[in-house]
Design a protein around this ligand. Sequence first.
Ligand code: F6R
Length: 606
Amino acid sequence: MCGISGIIDHHPVTRNLVTSIANLEYRGYDSCGMALLNGKGIEVRKNTGGVQEVRSREKLDNMTGNLGIAHTRWATHGGVTPENAHPHLSQSGDFAIVHNGIISNYQKLRESLIGEGIEFRSTTDSEVFVNLVEEAYEQKKDVLGAFLEALKQIQGTYSIVLLSAHDPENLYCVKQDSPLIIGLGEGCNYIGSDINAFLEHTRKAVVLDDGEFAVISRDSYEISDVGKREEREKSILQIDWDTETTKKGVFSHYMIKEIFDEPQTARQALDVPQEQISQLVEMFQNAPRAYLMGVGTTFFICQMAQYLFSSLSQRYFPAISADEFNGVVPVVSDDLVLAVSQSGETFDTKFSLNSAREKGARTAAIVNVMGSSISRLVDHVIMQGSGPEICVVSTKAALAQALLLLRTALELGFREGCLDSSTLRDHVQELETFPELISKLLNEKSGFLRNLARTTSSVQNWIFLGCGIYFPVAMESALKMKEVTYLHAEGMPAGFLKHGTLSMIEASVHSLFFIPPPADVELHNRTMIAIEEIKTRGGTLVGLHFEGDSQAASLLDHAVALPEVPLLLAPFVEMILAQMFAYYTALDLKRNIDKPRNLAKSVTVG
Ligand code: F6R
């Protein structure tokens, strides 16, 4: 996690560096800092807190220089203190680094450096590296040679950018298991842990692969292999994201802005060329076994897909949480593993994909971020094209992933003879209406959801319940509620309730039901049984239901009635409205909505 930025320019870089880490803040926001090289040497300013806070406290805008590095941190090794914030300076102050990842052998290296008289200022693993560079420089008097010498000594995962007072013409960087991308400007170049670091300045980028380092000047860059030290030719990635989507506009938070982006995101998911879906479908058809894998929200999206594949194409593809995948799935040659990941950098997902590949599995992925590790790792990738998702909690990207999986299940169902062409056509037409439908619903229902959130924001304990595909919708919605409000929200299948959790039920415990349309008879009946079980025991009932469902309406204490929608789309509609409910509850509780405490987007550590 953590955001890394570096800029080398003919002009002052201060303002662009500050903006760059502000744009990366969703990657971590415990602390931040910048290091610039100017006529007097390297100046570092850093502290705990978010970028705007540190910017004004440390007067970051008063720094000078036309090359520099910056960082926004999500602590792993070492507490959240000003000393542990990056950049880290070497003992003499002639070298500074920013680091993302974990140097696993840092303890031993630190002890040996202490033995040599180095005084450490922080308790991080990162500070070791900058002192190793300095130590090597004393022998070699060559910055690149020293950088590479220090790299030989460290183990673990890292992306590092080095700034040296001995070389005002270059920045140095390296990537190993943690993302790093070079942005190519005119008379200036950029380095970022993702493209948001420089999206405002350039749409041309080069993605570093593991084991590559780069020397970057104002007008050129050279990428080489760390082991062989041979230069590598790399292709240039054209970024087609629109910078407007990174702006909050009239909205007070990115979360609500991104929820209101969903009609557009759905459109983009529906516009992904059918050939890409067909290729994925063929992979499912050719695999002896196939697994769906994601973690957090993307796991719940995979669980939704599990139901879609089962109902539309009569195939069972288990959904497994990426962090547990390796321990439970005995992958063998030719199995298919489909990973879902917004960032394309999640450690657990990447790790499990890699080990599945080693066992001979075929791999595919649905990913949002261009140039990300997972997008380049798999045999077939579908880029979901949802644009940057800035809020730490995933909303619009999750919806797009679910729709792409729905499209896959529909085509597979058709090919396997489970859906005839007219049913398939009807479903495709329903899907075509979806962007407009969500747009209407978001506008019509936001007032109701806001009022409901005001009424219930003091509730401390929530149980979110649903049957069939509404079960993962309930799970995902409970996760959304927890992460953004910090309240306890537990998701479970409605039928599971009576096997234990029912003992918790009393008036103060609120249950939120995801109720299918009555036309979905079997699921609706099962859901109503659980509602009755709670009603009888005096629990408070809240529910999303569809118009005409008088049975549900008569039992619920608080209800949000939704207009009739096609059965296929109903779970997606409820998922979106639950995102909005979580948002308004968090708003009422004055939570740090876009950057909830303790979290970071893109969890690149295990
Ligand atoms: C929740 C959320 C996380 C992510 C999870 C996987 O709102 O965003 O649970 O879904 O960390 O991240 P990606 O999709 O980037 O692999």
